[in-house]
Design a binder for this molecule. Sequence first.
Ligand code: PLP
Length: 367
Amino acid sequence: MTIDVPEHIATLIPYSPGKPVEELERELGITNVVKLASNENPFGPSPKAMEAVRRAVSQVHRYPDGGSYHLHQALAERHGLAPEHFLIGNGSNEVIVDIINTYMRADRRPADRGVTGEYAFLVFRLAVQSRGCTPVMVPFRDYRHDPKALLAAVDEQTRFVYVDNPNNPCGTFLRAEELDALIAALPEHCWLLLDEAYFEYVDDPRYPDGVRYVRDGRRVIVLRTFSKVFGLAGLRVGYAIADPELLSYVNRVRDPFNVNMLAQIGACAACTDTEHLERCRLGTAAGKAWLASRLGELGVDFLPTVTNFYLIRVGHGGAVYEALLREGVIVRPMGGFGLPEHIRVTIGTQEENARFMGALRRVLKRA
Ligand SMILES: Cc1ncc(COP(=O)(O)O)c(C=O)c1O
């Protein structure tokens, strides 16, 4: 049997997610594995979201609301925009893919291009390639997106520039004046996809709120998610904030029931739980400070971060990842991001952070 696969699909290297806890527990025959690999919220979902989801379970024999009406209303209120400014997806990943599938064309010669930085979140690059279009990666400068290099790579075929701000995995960000200049210089045929998955964690006053650009009618699509500080990664809810007409075409492409019923209900309830959000933010800030001091004592190189994760240079990232697995701690090796000397660790609960530091100390001592 021969299967005719397009070249751009055959050469696609799939996204490799963090190893699941259950898988490692099965492999090691233990029950206390710590997962700090996917930048989830270690403090769990909002109790209000859990209660709302519990109450809704008896209705799951029905299809969800295909238009996510109540969640549109909740987001409109949260951001002070009309409901038409939002497109909600099965995680912001799906939103990225739907936007690319709507607007990027492989039938032009040369095919459309999507420009981003070399260490940007991988999903953009994969989505562009899956579409049969051309991803273009430009170098980072000092572990940050380089606006000048991004702009220099934009040509007639470039439909999108993707910036994850802050960046995963470096935990760095572009300041307001840097983004302002980048947006002002983008040509008419090109949009900035501004992924703000970690927005709620950032407390640096130099960090820009991308929604401002949408309000001002700039060529910017902002992406946010309920997977990080909102603690709903398992439900899968993310969204775009952008010009209503631009989103109306993406709306034609998306799966009609892309956001499941429990996800819509959980996300609506999470929006109202500002106390939980604040508790999680403070818990992560405390963990961040604690880890920074312990990593400093250990003498390893790590980047300051505005997010809920650290990028740490350990020498051989893959080997340290494997050794940490044997200690029951799952982090993320960064070879797939082009950073083979690094691991990325999510800031966990105090207990999880202590487990990680203990294990890292032992592993590095043995190395
Ligand atoms: C920059 C960035 N964007 C998007 C996502 C994925 O978000 P979602 O769970 O909403 O698909 C992640 C998750 O790690 C991320 O780091």
